[in-house]
Design a protein around this ligand. Structure first.
Ligand SMILES: [Cu+2]
Length: 112
């Protein structure tokens, strides 16, 4: 009897543990941009999304850091959302149309 209770407790702990190790991840990648207006657009593109805990883009280093739940949103989707508002990243390119509609001061030098 005592043994089965112990087994039950172990099972519960295992369940809790797997819940704690959900899809919570942190990623960093380069996003091209120029200024504070870019920062608001880049961060705003992902900030309100389901599964995103925080997003921070650094205007100096052009580095985007996102804390997110990979079970709710993928890295590919995050980069695509940023491209959709006009910003190229290290792997996802925005459309010329989106880029051209950015404010003049925000038209960063595009990567090759
Ligand atoms: Cu800008």
């Amino acid at each position: 009897m005592k043994k089965s209770i112990l087994a039950l407790v172990a099972l519960f702990m295992l369940a809790f543990n797997s819940k704690a190790q959900s899809g919570r991840e942190q990623t960093s990648f380069k996003v091209y941009g120029n200024c504070g207006m870019c920062e608001r657009k880049i961060e705003g593109a992902v900030n309100e999304q389901q599964g995103v805990f925080s997003a921070d883009w650094n205007v100096e280093s052009k580095k985007m850091t996102i804390k997110y739940d990979s079970k709710q949103i993928t890295l590919d989707e995050l980069k695509q959302l940023i491209a959709d508002v006009g910003y190229d990243s290290d792997s996802h390119r925005s459309t010329d149309k989106k880029y051209n509609s950015l404010h003049g001061c925000c038209q960063y030098d595009r990567p090759e």
